[in-house]
Every structure is written in structure tokens, then in C-alpha cells.
Design a protein around this ligand. Structure first.
Ligand SMILES: [Zn+2]
Length: 234
């Protein structure tokens, strides 16, 4: 299993690791800070350096607990020590958008008791789908202004690791049905202090102020109880 350094520290831009396996165009490391595509957040990209070599990391994905780094050009040998460098510009945008979506999810839940049916982040926009029956112009304005209020409050965004038992005995901690809680002993929670907590494996900013201004670009009717919000960050 590749150790996932970004779970504890979302701001780790560079790291050292050992090559565990290599073939065709991919590399497996003993540890990585590269985020593998998943949970609506795109994969990181960046570079791998060893000796005099520097190759591009073009895509990262997770398979059976291992993280596959797709590398363009020269590949390091098995056992080589490498330095991984994240394309920070791209990753930081993903972090801002991911936290923005959690803020929106919290706002819509508090206001309308509605939950999420899906979400997708990219570098310059994001979308989130809710189990809402109607999404009037007034509601959208209310959601947008409440979300920006949370941004301006400058709330800390904390990463917490709790046991499955702790979560099951504190159902108010998280908006998830007990049967949907993954069957793993330690769970990762992203907590927006005093506002919201969600089970999550993604990367987030440390304070809501880093998100910047949230603007709802448009809404899409995806069905009777399925409404989409598309946002950009200014
Ligand atoms: Zn998330």
C-alpha cells in the first residue's frame, strides 16, 4: 500500500520516496503526495526527479491500494530514490474548489436539509448536485451569500482521524447513513470548524478564507429531486 502523505498534510508540495515498482509508463512509490483521481477531484500532475533526470508526471490513479504515477519520458529504476514535485498551481486550485463545495454542501444542508448526489471539480470551475426539488433564483442567491459568509468568517478547516465506533456513536458528526460508512477502522474527516464535517479523502485549504469569492455560474435541472449548481471562484 502506498502511504498517502496528502491525507495528513495537504500543503506538502515536494517529497522523497523510493520506487517500489515500475513498468511500461507507470511508477509505484512507497509514499506519495500526488493526489490520485477520485471523489470528484482530478489527479495531480507534476514532476519526478532522480540523479540528473527529470520526468513529467501526467496522471495519477489508485488501484488496489497502490498509487500509479503515469510518467512521460525516462523512468526511474526499481529501488531508486526520487523526489516528487506537485504542480502546485493546479493542485491549490483543486483544494480551493474542493473546500468551496464542502461549504456549499453545508449551507444547502442547513438551509434546505438536502444532501449531495454528486460533484466534480476542475481547475477553473466545479459543480455539485443536490437532492433539491426546486432551485429558485432567490434560493440560489441565498445559497451564494451564505456560502460567501462562511468564506469571510475565516473558519479553520481541520483534518481529523476518528475510529468507526466514534463515528457510529456520534451520528450528528456526519450526514451519512450508518450503512454507508466505509468498513475501515480509521476514518478521515474534513471539519470546517463550527460549521460542517464530512467524510472525505480529498485535499483542502486550511482556512475558508483561502477559497476566495464563490460565484454561482448557473443551475441545471437534472431531474425532479436533482439540481446542479455550477460555480467559479473569483
Ligand atoms: Zn469532498
Amino acid at each position: 500500500m502506498t502511504e498517502l502523505l496528502y491525507l495528513k498534510d495537504c500543503y506538502l508540495r515536494e517529497f522523497e520516496a523510493t520506487v517500489i515498482d515500475v513498468a511500461e509508463d507507470w511508477v509505484i512509490l512507497d509514499r506519495t503526495s500526488f493526489y490520485p483521481e477520485g471523489g470528484g477531484q482530478p489527479s495531480d500532475t507534476g514532476w519526478m526527479e532522480w540523479g540528473q533526470n527529470r520526468s513529467q508526471v501526467t496522471h495519477v490513479m489508485k488501484k488496489n491500494g497502490e498509487v500509479y504515477h503515469v510518467v512521460g519520458g525516462e523512468l526511474p529504476a526499481r529501488g531508486a530514490k526520487i523526489r516528487g514535485i506537485i504542480d502546485w498551481d493546479r493542485r491549490y486550485r483543486h483544494m480551493r474548489y474542493h473546500t468551496a463545495l464542502h461549504i456549499l454542501a453545508g449551507v444547502v444542508y442547513h438551509l434546505y436539509n438536502s444532501t449531495i448526489t454528486g460533484s466534480q471539480i476542475s481547475e477553473d470551475k466545479a459543480r455539485i448536485d443536490f437532492t433539491l426539488e426546486d432551485l429558485s433564483k432567490e434560493k440560489v442567491e441565498k445559497i451564494e451569500s451564505e456560502a460567501n459568509r462562511v468564506v469571510e468568517e475565516g473558519r479553520n478547516v481541520n483534518i481529523k482521524f476518528i475510529s468507526r465506533e466514534e463515528l457510529v456513536s456520534n451520528p450528528q458528526l456526519i450526514r451519512i447513513k450508518p450503512e454507508l460508512i466505509p468498513n475501515i477502522p480509521v476514518l478521515r474527516i474534513i471539519e470546517i470548524e463550527g460549521f460542517d464535517a464530512q467524510l472525505d479523502g480529498g485535499t483542502h485549504v486550511a482556512n475558508t478564507r483561502e477559497v476566495g469569492r464563490i460565484k454561482v455560474l448557473k443551475t441545471v435541472n437534472k431531474g425532479k429531486f436533482n439540481k446542479r449548481l455550477e460555480i467559479i471562484l473569483l
